[in-house]
Design a binder for this molecule. Sequence first.
Ligand code: ADP
Ligand code: ZN
Ligand code: ZN
Length: 715
Amino acid sequence: MRRIFDYLPHPQRQVVVGGRVRVPFGRRMMVGVVVGESDHSDWPVEQLKAVDEVLDQQPIWPQSLLDLLKWAGRYYQHPIGEVLTHALPKKMRQGEQPNSADIEVWQLTDAGVAQDAQSTKRAPKQWQLLELLKAGAQERATLSAQGVTGATIQAVAKKQWIESAPLSALNESLSQPSNQPPATREQSIAITALCSRLQGFSVSLLEGITGSGKTRVYLDVMSQVIEQGKQVLVLVPEIGLTPQTLSRFRHHLGVRIGLVHSGLNDSERLAAWQAARTGELPVLLGTRSAIFTPMANLGLIVVDEEHDGSYKQQDGFRYQARDLAVMRARNEQVLLLLGSATPSFESLANVEAGRYQHLTLSERAAGGQLPKIAAIDMRQQVMTGPLSAPIVKAMEQHLQANNQVLVFLNRRGFAPVLLCHECGWFAECHRCNRPFTWHKGFRRLVCHHCQVERPVPHQCDSCGSTQLVPVGQGTEQLEEALQEQFPDYPVVRIDRDSTRRKDAFENLVADIQRGHYRILVGTQMLAKGHDFVDVTLVVIADVDGALFSSDFRAGERMCQLLTQVSGRAGRAGQQAQVLLQTHYPDHPWVQQLQTEGYQQVASALLAERKQAQLPPYAAIAIIRAEANDETKVAEFLAAAELVLNTAAQRHEVIVMPPGPCAMVRKAGRYRWQLVLIAPQKAPIQKLLTESLGEIESSKLAQVVRWHVDVDPHDT
Ligand code: ADP
Ligand code: ZN
Ligand code: ZN
């Protein structure tokens, strides 16, 4: 509900703004947060109920963070109640008190110290745990982020090789920060520039090619901040919170690092939140939602891979964590450091406008060149398998030289369409009107839009023919074909299907790094963050789909993805190569990526955006609506359009007529949208604030599902 509720104060106890209270709500008792106090109410005083219990004597958020949350509610047009609950760990929402004693710490026993790899030969996971604890006690949350499961901990504890330890054991176990190789010249320049900005608010964009050592720059600046007794908040993409990242941070900084990730249980989440909030935790490392963690003594915010799409929440409270980081850094008067090899166009535009400092790392820290991208024109090729002859030949060369080859295809499953050879019928999801993807391994057809599944048909639904043929290819098919074509080299596939089980991804990555596989087939999961030092050839199997997308961000995303994938090659300094298979070798992005690289493509695409008056040179918000009945959706948005068009704040905002979304039907519902565009963000915010109450109160607003998306990622 887009409103707040009035209560009378507690009869005896002081109620604090920003603290939690228990209040009667309907027939229930609920936990609420006090957002303000007033000496009058729009309701008759006799009807108001009193606060039943005061849960906090102190505000749970510092004023600056509470201000940020209120601002976010207004900016993203999301009810303040949901914004505040979103920002709290579950146990706080339920009214519990934070208690740092919930932190589970493990250390080796004497018997544990005495074990060697032999004693756990048949249990490599147990050996991994013992090895991790050799350096000293660790929190369960840290262990789980390194792939240790609760079951492993229980098993090893039962053998009495490990025991639980007091919280103080953590500090004893932290080693002195390890010695690092000297920073490169470019790194030193960046570090000095950043350290001189540690007082007050500013934003710096660190644009460094993959392998240029951005993390090293973060870590050196972080050490300075920690030495000053301040805390650092580090945001990483969903896939970026890896054991490697964590151990690198631990070794370089030599301090306790709190984690916020999806594998935490409610107590661990609360414990990390509390330790950050009281200031006892020097570093908090987390994904998107960590931006809401209170920190008593914040000195720096780092957002790694700032272009990453996972910083935008795609349902409910649709915030952008990187953008909120800018506001938070401003409110708390600290430096915000954004890092990426392929910065978002938003950040590049801010650099261009002089709002952000721009620092670059143009060379690989450990030596070696960034590989060159070369397009292979498929139009003239005879195809004997999924890959054209020049690519197969290049793969042979790299494999014979004992290197690894990465083949990138951003499409899961065996084939995106299963078609009847006799009549042309194809298996289609009736809730989305899109073809099912055939997953051969699971023996299922899966709709990639609504996740619905069905068994693979043996016969055509239309003519009964048994001649059903796959059309197009996904990673599963590519894996199979490559294994046939290169029988001497083990092939591994990395995508969401092959990594479904917990830890499967980490285990596969570790096996690749140990050289168990020579050909790696995978989706964008392979593009992010991981070092595969033996990969010297990257093959991009298909880019053509992205060249036809209707989304104005498609070009930006494709260039980011291709540059990131290419960056996986040749990190140990060998000569590396990237081959891109396409039917459109003359397409401008394909051309520019080959000859000039990301920066140049980005400036060309940015110039187009400026000309077309699209973000980041304009602001957009979307009202999306969906329902089983398409006429209801159209009617609702037409009514919304009318409200928006008659609002007083309308000037400067263009209200586009409602129309169907690019994918008009999903999971059985029809989807339409209404787009608002303005040269600035403020007019859109004002217009929405003025109009949403009325839009919400219409009858149709109860019938259709609808939401507002401010600064949407998908249009
Ligand atoms: P990025 O995050 O920019 O892709 P990383 O921080 O992962 O780059 O660094 C790439 C590699 O270079 C890592 O293996 C890292 O250990 C190494 N490296 C970073 N800085 C230095 C340095 N100053 N001297 C030697 N090696 C370095
Ligand atoms: Zn048929
Ligand atoms: Zn579907």
